[in-house]
Design a protein around this ligand. Structure first.
Ligand SMILES: [Zn+2]
Length: 64
């Protein structure tokens, strides 16, 4: 008998049509995942969505 269990954590870019994501092959808490994403250049937009570095910051949106 064998047991296979897959645990991973994924954080997706929330922008429409964007499939960028970061994946960990282990359990990562939400705050930790967001912390790593932030270091990698991700940010939160006004609607609290995760936005990957591919999207330029809008002028005037200074809320880091
Ligand atoms: Zn994106």
């Amino acid at each position: 008998m064998s047991i296979e269990r897959e645990t991973f954590t994924k954080i997706w870019c929330d922008m429409d049509g964007c499939s960028v994501h970061i994946q960990w092959s282990s359990y990562v808490s939400k705050s930790m995942a967001e912390g790593v994403a932030r270091v990698a250049g991700w940010r939160k937009d006004k609607l609290n969505r995760n936005v990957c570095p591919a999207h330029p910051k809008l002028k005037g949106a200074r809320n880091a």
